[in-house]
Design a protein around this ligand. Sequence first.
Ligand code: FAD
Ligand code: DHB
Length: 392
Amino acid sequence: MRTRVGIIGGGPAGLLLARLLHRAGIDCVVLESRTQEYVEQRQRAGMLEQGTVDALHEAGAAERLQAEGLVHQGIELRFDRERHHIDFPALTGGRTVTIYAQTEIVKDLVALQLADGPPLLFEAEALAVEKPESDAPVVRFLHEGREQTLTCDWVAGCDGFHGISRDAFPADVGRSYAHDYPYSWLGVLAEVPPSCDELIYARGERGFALHSMRSPSVSRLYLQVPGDTDPDDWSDDRIWDELAARFAIDGDWTLHRGPITSKSVTAMRSYVHEPMRHGRLLLAGDAAHIVPPTGAKGLNLAVSDVRVLARALTALYRTGDTQLLDRYSELCLQRVWQATRFSDDMTRMLHAQPNGDAFDDRMQLARLRRITASRHAAAELAANYSGLPLPV
Ligand code: FAD
Ligand code: DHB
């Protein structure tokens, strides 16, 4: 098989890139190792920056998002049994965020791709990217029981953190930076209307908790738990009791309880691979970087990489201009490091430190108090949370 752009991975990054290239008239093929059902059910992110919503509009994939997405004007910070609203439009000149699940974005993009898009092969596992330094890199992959090859002008490695694209960088070309946090998140989905109108980030001595949502009838909640937690050790009652204790305030507020339909534990890690390009292989999304989820940057970063990449490839095929492609890694990494910093700050400010002392405790509270007391500090949080501008 031959194509212009071979895309490894049918997660949000790969699928969105395929749509943007298709609309620009650039032919591509997407290889996804899992089944369609699996990628459409994988529970992950849910908070979209304005720029991510814009990108889905640009890709012609925002019809359902427009109808069903929940536009939020800010977030709530809870600590010391008090609640504080951070008003994004007032602090950012009108920016908002939208709640719409990653599962739904993937379903929308898959449906469009299968209807009129270039090929999207499920159960097609990429094994290796060969000759990335040449003019015709090759992806070796396994599909329908036999090994096949996809020869490309360019390869987009959108295969997530555990993919194979990064392996094609020679050891002396790449460098990675990583940090593991000493706790995890237990995430649950519950069939119950959210107990809030906007997301609640709660800090307390028992640990961090986040109240999010998927729709007016489905809540998404997270609890900070120790790294080695088995979700089966957490009964529904134990989860609800712990959430109620961590969200408790002085004043009226009730956490609505309901049936929990899914439970999983996610490790917390920062990781950045530099550079994001080697020859004609370009990494995008989790294949190049991951952030701890506090602040919801993972999916949004994957989308901003892909916007830059789609613009760079479109410029190349329309006019032969390689300037954006040449600067791809540098442009993306500026934003990646800012999102990594923001996610790290939010994580450290809101989680109970397993070996923390009373001083660390006071520092967290001082940071939170500064945000709620100073318009400048709140505006800095709002600007980062609602999304920094795209570098192009
Ligand atoms: P992925 O979504 O990982 O997609 C990569 C795709 O490549 C997958 O479909 C995979 O099956 C496929 N693939 C892998 N290897 C191969 C191969 N060899 N050949 C072919 N295909 C391959 N972010 C938030 O903002 N908030 C959250 O609450 C949140 N929760 C998360 C929970 C979990 C468990 C994880 C893992 C991530 C979470 N994230 C969250 C991060 C966010 O979901 C990711 O940043 C986002 O999915 C990145 O999209 P992507 O397309 O780059 O990678
Ligand atoms: C969600 C996840 C996050 O990590 C976050 O900061 C906000 C929302 C979510 O899954 O809805």
